[in-house]
Ligand binder design. Structure first.
Ligand code: PHB
Length: 402
């Protein structure tokens, strides 16, 4: 699908120099008798968190997106790519203004973002209206590819329901009957817990109690004490980024990991293992990615990402890389004419993305149909134990494509 495998990874220095150098070099080696007008660059606007509990997620997405562009000499579909970055701060209250800034002030051709579901809802309300091509590389809010779905809005990540739903059956199949859930009280947490509970109760489980924490607070202590006294057979949570690091450490420090096994959607242990250390060992989660997937696209991507950034790849990097792959498919089909939206959209809709997670296609609602893996933390790796749910599609409730 992609030709990245045949190309050597750019060195970290070359990668950091951005796309501009490569384009200048190409222009000076042209032997044209006169100077042709250079088409303007395609402007990609990132609306991602670079501060706060999700800062590392935004950085991973940005770096991996740029990596794919730099593997293609700084160009997609023949057009040089330039980037504008806006810090979303994972703050829904600022999301409308931030999106308007990218769309109306910066006049970007494509918006790539966000991480936070609340930001996504506000962002999509703006970009559906303006018709700006939008690729969501993380935020899982169901409505983005549900009631708010639109021809110009794509997602390369998941819906919050998607990676959590399979764990309900995994635990019920183990004979577990009583679970406690805990999460941040906002769309991502609510929808993830909803997915888990739906499948767990459908297979005979019951929920002892649902516990909630305001986003992005990390004061978990009193609720951990409550879990200890409730004595469930399992705890299922959604936390991510800095909050996930703190939660897993607090859970172990309270000694709970010895009496009540902890489960979650895989964000709980993704991109976090170095900081969580021993406290994460043995935790099982479900997600559409696993570090040790033995696929050429994964081995290749992990090596190149590590070489370019000095960090290990994680699910966020994979989603950012795939967002760039999807944009490349669109721009190649339109031969770089970013205004040829119909051509771009049609190509993106039928794309098969050779992702490090395994190759996937998009549903009619523009959300990945993908395998959800059962993983276990072993050392510094989220190791795949098997496929918990094959080719899982979000139900996309309420999506009516115009
Ligand atoms: C979300 O808000 O949709 C979200 C944030 C972080 C994650 C997953 C989902 O890791």
């Amino acid at each position: 699908m992609t030709d990245v495998k045949s190309k050597p990874a750019p060195s970290r220095r070359a990668f950091l120099k951005t796309a501009t150098g490569a384009a200048t070099l190409a222009a000076t080696t042209l032997h044209a008798p006169y100077i042709l007008a250079q088409p303007s660059k395609v402007k990609v606007g990132f609306l991602l968190p670079y501060t706060g509990t999700y800062a590392r997620l935004g950085t991973a997405i940005t770096d991996a997106f740029k990596l794919h562009v730099s593997e293609h000499g700084g160009r997609l579909g023949g057009r040089e790519i330039e980037f504008v970055q806006v810090d979303s701060e994972a703050n829904p209250a600022k999301a409308t203004d931030n999106t308007n800034r990218l769309v109306n002030l910066e006049k970007v051709d494509v918006v790539v973002g966000p991480v936070h579901s609340g930001v996504a809802v506000a962002m999509v309300r703006v970009t559906r209206e303006s018709g700006t091509l939008t690729i969501d590389p993380n935020a899982g809010a169901g409505v983005v590819t549900g009631a708010l779905c639109a021809p110009n809005v794509f997602r390369t990540s998941f819906t919050n329901w998607q990676p959590a739903f399979p764990m309900g059956k995994v635990l019920a199949d183990r004979g577990m009957k009583r679970a406690v859930t805990m999460t941040w009280k906002y769309a991502a947490g609510q929808e993830a817990i909803g997915g888990f509970v739906e499948n767990f109760t459908a297979h005979g489980g019951s929920i002892v109690k649902e516990l909630w924490v305001p986003f992005p607070k990390v004061e978990f202590q009193s609720l951990l004490t409550e879990i200890a006294s409730l004595k469930p057979e399992a705890v299922f949570v959604f936390f991510a980024g800095g909050g996930a690091v703190k939660f897993v450490k607090d859970y172990a420090a309270a000694g709970l990991h010895k009496s009540v096994p902890l489960f979650g959607s895989g964000f709980l242990t993704d991109g976090t293992l170095k900081a969580q250390g021993d406290s994460a060992q043995g935790i099982e989660t479900t997600l559409h990615y696993g570090d040790n997937l033995n696929l050429p696209a994964n081995l290749d991507f992990r090596a190149k990402y590590h070489q370019a950034t000095g960090r290990e790849a994680d699910v966020y990097a994979v989603q950012g890389y795939d967002a760039a792959q999807l944009l490349r498919v669109g721009l190649e089909a339109a031969r770089g004419d970013v205004k040829a939206k119909k051509t771009m959209i049609e190509a993106m809709e039928s794309a098969e993305i050779d992702s490090p997670r395994g190759s996937f296609k998009l549903s009619k609602a523009h959300n990945p149909v993908q395998d959800i893996y059962l993983r276990k933390v072993v050392g510094m790796e989220n190791r795949v134990q098997g496929v918990a749910h094959k080719a899982l599609a979000d139900p996309a409730t309420g999506c009516k494509m115009a």
